[in-house]
Design a protein. Structure first.
Lengths: 310, 369
């Protein structure tokens, strides 16, 4: 009696198909579960802080009085970072995509990517040990010459460990993100648009203004949003660079604090209600960055031509 | 007989109204000299010289161009100056960071025993003694190195199967269904989770599951996995997508099952890209500080058990040595150790990046014949 090898092996193969596709599906669902788990567990652990009597929370005025100044501090640091990084990043992206010689371009892109590879704690150490002392004379100058502006009000910090320094370090860290995304988008500008502009006698800058920037605008916006998400959540640069304190308008005095740094500085020694308070702060940060990232991704997904950009 | 008038030497009409080709070099030379002169008046430093010269160069070139060539060409030159300038500005921090780490880190790294001893028993008084007597700084990063390797390995073991299977689902089974689109969207969103929130999640998860205050290497590995999985998914997905459909169809035509096709044909074709993506993901999480800080605590001793006890890692070692020096009155030995550890960490990350590029190049499928 002969058995047909085709019929005998069929059952095993079908089971293999089922198991394998099931495993891939399970992995995909696990990721969704993890994301919802992040939200769920943060909420569960944060509830004690939200319902506790306000006198028990650090500061003694309830959770919202505790979180409001550091939310504002987080936003200040992130805005400083973006104001510095966004124009430079778009410039660097333009340089790599439209100005640098073709053969150098990919190498230069790799150099900028190196900035992203350096660990954040090293940036923090660099900011605290090198940048802050170097930059503090400039703060003294700003305080004496532009002190009439509330953001440059003196007396300037002698150590240079201010929110402005932290913002500058953050800007270095978000620069490669904005650059690499913008570069991808600039490279996708339709060649015909560029050549049409040049053929009409436009200079290179006019070509960029007419063809490249309008095409890439949604991409630049979403790249900046993603950079904002990174700047909001970055911990080490702020924890090491900023000597924190109460919320102040002046950027060159010690003071201010961000959510991420507040958690990093206090969580290791925290216990009881303090842990809940910090986890609740983390939840707030999570919601803010989630909203920023979802808006950015939504802008990208609305423009299908950018699908290769992320 | 006609006499031809001698032709006056003049520039061609095509090149009239343009700056000569040497104009940028002349302006650069003038700007450098002027910059040096101005800086000499207010106190010379290299950074200020570069800055002042760059501004003078831009003003000079754009102004000259505006006089000779008109506004359009001048604004083009201004844009070029700004674009090139922004690139140079972006290079400054990179050079400065690497220089700072090298200068401060090498003394720590070359101290004998730095890589092979832990901080067990190294106290503030020992640090004070080494400063007073000028002896070598005791203590090293062996425990932190060991912790980093263990935590990162465990995170990789968790992330790679989950990330790779998800990528396979998205490319091979997803068919652009609602679930696949949801996974793609949320994986993108997950790449933006702040690292400290990932750490808090892992901490909150284990606090609820095991008990409050649970801090071990495994918790840190879970936190790192949350950061690593989306990176693995994205890079593997890109790599699986570029596997030519003809290969799959050829396998199906031979009667091979879909799962065997994926394992025997699709993945081997894309393996170089996947391996390089995984290496880059490791490079990304190996330097993460905040999630380890809130999940694994600090330790000064060697801990070989990922599932029990606090564990040190390189990034948290750097952080604690800078923020809380072993000897508060003499922070120098601590800062030397911290910079040495930072140098080791940067070398590790750069090596991983290099390995990723080499893997992608060496094991790439042969294109064409």
């Amino acid at each position: 009696m002969t058995t047909n090898s085709l019929t005998t092996s069929r059952g095993a193969g079908r089971a293999g198909d089922k198991v394998f596709s099931g495993a891939t599906l399970a992995a995909g669902c696990l990721i969704l579960a993890v994301l919802f788990g992040v939200a769920l567990f943060l909420v569960i652990q944060a509830i004690p802080a939200l319902v506790a009597p306000s006198a028990d929370i650090q500061g003694g005025h309830g959770f919202f009085a505790y979180i409001a100044p550091i939310v504002v501090g987080t936003l200040i640091a992130a805005v400083i970072a973006l104001v510095i990084a966004a124009p430079i990043a778009v410039g660097v992206a333009l340089f790599i995509s439209h100005y640098a010689p073709r053969r150098l371009a990919s190498g230069l892109g790799y150099v900028v990517d190196l900035l992203a590879a350096i660990p954040s704690v090293v940036y923090g150490a660099w900011g605290a040990a090198f940048l802050a002392p170097q930059i503090s004379p400039a703060y003294g100058w700003l305080a004496s010459n532009m002190g009439w502006l509330p953001i440059f009000q003196g007396p300037a910090s002698a150590t240079g460990k201010t929110i402005l320094t932290a913002g500058i370090v953050l800007s270095v860290m978000v620069l490669p993100i904005i650059t690499s995304l913008s570069r991808e988008i600039f490279l996708q500008t339709p060649k015909l648009h560029e050549e049409a502009a040049l053929a009409l006698g436009a200079t290179r800058w006019e070509m960029i203004k007419m063809a490249v920037l309008p095409f890439g605008r949604p991409g630049i916006v979403s790249a900046i949003m993603l950079g904002l998400g990174r700047a909001l959540g970055e911990t080490m640069a702020v924890a090491l660079v900023l000597s924190s304190g109460v919320l102040t308008a002046s950027l060159i005095q010690t003071g201010n604090q961000t959510i991420a740094a507040e958690i990093a500085l206090n969580f290791p020694e925290a216990s009881g209600l303090k842990v809940s308070t910090l986890i609740a702060a983390g939840l707030v940060l999570f919601i803010i960055t989630l909203a920023v990232n979802m808006i950015a991704r939504w802008i990208i997904s609305r423009h299908k031509e950018f699908s290769g950009a992320n | 007989m006609t006499v031809t008038a001698p032709v006056a030497r003049k520039r061609s009409a095509l090149t009239k109204g343009q700056l000569p080709a040497f104009a940028p070099y002349v302006v650069l030379a003038v700007a450098l000299v002027l910059g040096a002169a101005i800086l000499a008046l207010i106190g010379f430093n290299a950074f200020g010289w570069g800055l002042v010269s760059a501004i003078l160069f831009a003003i000079g070139l754009v102004g000259w161009s505006a006089l000779v060539e008109g506004g359009r060409k001048a604004s083009d030159k201004l844009a070029t100056c700004l674009v090139v300038g922004s690139f140079l500005v972006a290079l400054l921090p990179l050079i400065s960071v690497i220089w700072t780490v090298l200068v401060n880190g090498i003394p720590g790294l070359v101290t004998p025993g730095f890589l092979t001893t832990s901080m067990n028993g190294v106290t503030g008084s020992l640090d004070n003694k080494s400063v007073d007597e000028g002896t070598k700084v005791l203590g090293g990063i062996y425990h932190a190195l060991l912790g980093t390797v263990q935590i990162t390995l465990l995170a990789t073991v968790i992330s790679v199967p989950v990330g790779l299977l998800t990528a396979i689902y998205l490319v091979e089974y997803g068919n652009d269904r609602a679930l696949a689109r949801a996974i793609t969207f949320f994986v993108d969103v997950m790449t933006g989770i702040p690292s400290i929130v990932a750490g808090l999640f892992a901490a909150a998860f284990f606090f609820a599951l095991v008990g409050p205050g649970t801090k071990t290497g495994a918790v840190a590995a879970v936190a790192l996995s949350v950061l690593m999985i989306p990176v693995v998914v994205r890079s593997s997905e890109e790599m699986l997508k570029i596997v030519p459909n003809e290969l799959r169809e050829a396998a199906y035509a031979l009667g091979v099952r879909k799962w065997r096709t994926i394992i025997k044909v699709v993945i081997p074709t894309a393996i170089s890209g996947i391996a390089s993506g995984v290496t880059l993901a490791i490079a990304r999480v190996i330097g993460e500080t905040a999630p380890i800080l809130v999940t694994a605590g600090f330790a000064t001793t060697i801990n070989n058990n990922v599932f029990g006890g606090w564990m040190a890692s390189l990034p948290t070692f750097i952080y604690t040595q800078i923020l809380n020096p072993t000897s508060p009155s003499n922070p120098d030995p601590s800062s030397q150790r911290a910079w040495g550890a930072a140098l080791v960490l940067i070398i590790l990350v750069m090596l991983l990046n290099l390995v990723a590029r080499l893997v992608a190049r060496l094991f790439a499928p042969k294109a064409g014949r």
